[in-house]
Every structure is written in C-alpha cells, then in structure tokens.
Design a protein around this ligand. Structure first.
Ligand SMILES: [Ca+2]
Length: 279
C-alpha cells in the first residue's frame, strides 16, 4: 500500500517535472535569444533610445512575427520617434470643438505641419498601425497581450492615419510635394470641410473618391474602438469628445446613422457611399 502510494507520488512528481519542463521549453527555449533581445529593446525604449529599440524589436519580429511584446514595443518606439504617444495623439483630436455653437472652423491636426514633418509622422503611424493591428487582430499574442491592452494605441493610430491620409492626395503612401494640401478643417458643431476647395477641385473624381474612402475606412475602424473605450474609466482622456470628432468627419450621428454631412458631402456622385470594404 505504502509502496503504491510512494510510486504514485513519484509518478506524479515526474509528470509535474515533465509538464513544467514542457512549459519552460515551449515558452523560452525556441526564442531564448529573442526574449533577451526583447527585454534589451524595452530597456532602450525606456531610456529614450528609440532608434536602437526599434532596430532590436525589428530583428525579433523578422525572426518571429507573433511575439506581441516586440510588436507593441516597436509600435511605441515608432510613435515616440514621431514625437507623440497614443494618449497625446488622441488628446490632440479630442480638443476639437464638437459643441453645436457657431464658431470659426479649426484646422484638423497635422494640416499645418510642413510636408516632411507630416510625412515622418505618416510613416511612423503606418509602421505602428501594422504592429498594433497584428496584436489587436490576434496574429501576435505572445506572451499574453491582447486587443484590450492595445486599445488606446489602436484607436489613436487609426484615427491619426485617417487624418493624415487627407495629405496623401495622390494616395501613393507618402506625403510629399506631389500632394496638394487641401487644409481640412473641422467646424465647431462637428462638420468637416476643405479649407482649400479650389485645390480639392483640381483632383479627378476617382482621386477624390480614393482619398475619401481611405480616410473613411480608417476613421470608421477607430470610431468602432472608441465605443469600447467609453466604458473604461481608467483612460485619462475624454473619449466621448473624440467620438464626436470622428462622427463629425465620418458624417454620422452617435448611432452610426449617416447625417449626409462630413466626408459624404465631398463624395463624387456615381461612387458608392459609404465606401465598401475596410482595411
Ligand atoms: Ca503622396
């Protein structure tokens, strides 16, 4: 009896060892050097060495794109290199006045940036978006990062990318001297307009539609996430204000019903609106 108990215990201990061993091996052994590199990269990030951090994270991600902690780190490094954090970017949008009082139109953020600064931010956001989206959609999960963890950054990068698309008027992926600045404005009360309509009118209808569709899809994605942020009290920004701004540009009320305003006012006739597809 005693012997059976002992051998049972022994077996149990052995199983535990094997189980623990499996865990250890499956989690660390294949990417031991990656784990160490990820920690070095985060340390570089906290020290403010963003380029070094980005390079280290990139080495890890090229080796294994499912390591979420590296992707989040690289997104943060890229956002930091642009001079902004997710919260700062959202705050910038949230300061726009959505009160229905009559007032002067306000430039949308980044319309006043010079071309090269706007493009630097644009490229940072595209890079950050790719990594944040990989975590948000579950492509990259290890170790233990999920959509909820990156919700603020996800909301921010899609919103900012959407606004910046208004400066890539030829939609070739960069903001340069070949693009025209249409000086997008946000009217107090929550509408959207182009400050330079003459410049907008120099574009073909197909070009206009391409810009509007891409802005719409990015902002729509952001807007859908804001709704879940509204319920989170721990977020230090007024997300209902941001929600109002996004709805104003998208041309929809708080229930998502089209108002006929916003981007839709500029959609050329003969093209489907709202545009189909997402990202
Ligand atoms: Ca361009």
């Amino acid at each position: 009896m005693m012997k059976r108990l002992l051998s049972g215990l022994l077996m149990f201990s052995l199983l535990l060892l094997i189980a623990a061993g499996c865990n250890i091996f499956s989690f660390t052994a294949p990417d031991d050097s990656n784990s160490a590199k990820v920690e070095d990269a985060w340390e570089a990030l906290w020290d403010g060495n963003y380029a070094e951090a980005e390079a280290l994270f990139t080495e890890v991600i090229n080796d294994d794109p499912t390591i979420a902690r590296a992707r989040w780190g690289r997104a943060k490094a890229r956002m930091k290199m642009s001079g902004y954090s997710g919260i700062e970017l959202i705050s910038k949008l949230s300061t726009l006045d959505t009160n229905p009082a009559v007032g002067d139109p306000q430039p949308l953020p980044f319309m006043d940036l010079n071309t090269s600064d706007a493009d630097a931010l644009f490229q940072s956001m595209k890079g950050a978006l790719e990594d944040i989206d990989a975590i948000y959609s579950g492509v990259a999960t290890r170790p233990d990062l999920n959509a909820e963890d990156v919700q603020i950054d996800y909301t921010a990068v899609f919103a900012i990318q959407g606004i910046l698309e208004l400066r890539d008027t030829n939609q070739n992926g960069s903001i340069d001297s070949n693009d025209i600045n249409v000086f997008a404005l946000f009217q107090a009360g929550g509408d959207f307009e182009f400050g330079d309509e003459a410049a907008w009118d120099t574009m073909t209808e197909a070009e206009q539609y391409e810009v509007l569709s891409s802005v719409y899809n990015l902002l729509q994605t952001s807007s859908e996430t804001v709704l879940s942020l509204l319920e989170d009290d721990s977020i230090p920004i007024d997300t209902s204000q941001l929600d109002g701004v996004l709805d104003g540009i998208l041309g929809q009320d708080e229930n998502g019903v089209p108002t006929g305003d916003g981007l839709s006012e500029y959609a050329p006739p003969g093209f489907p609106w709202p545009p189909e597809g997402g990202n």
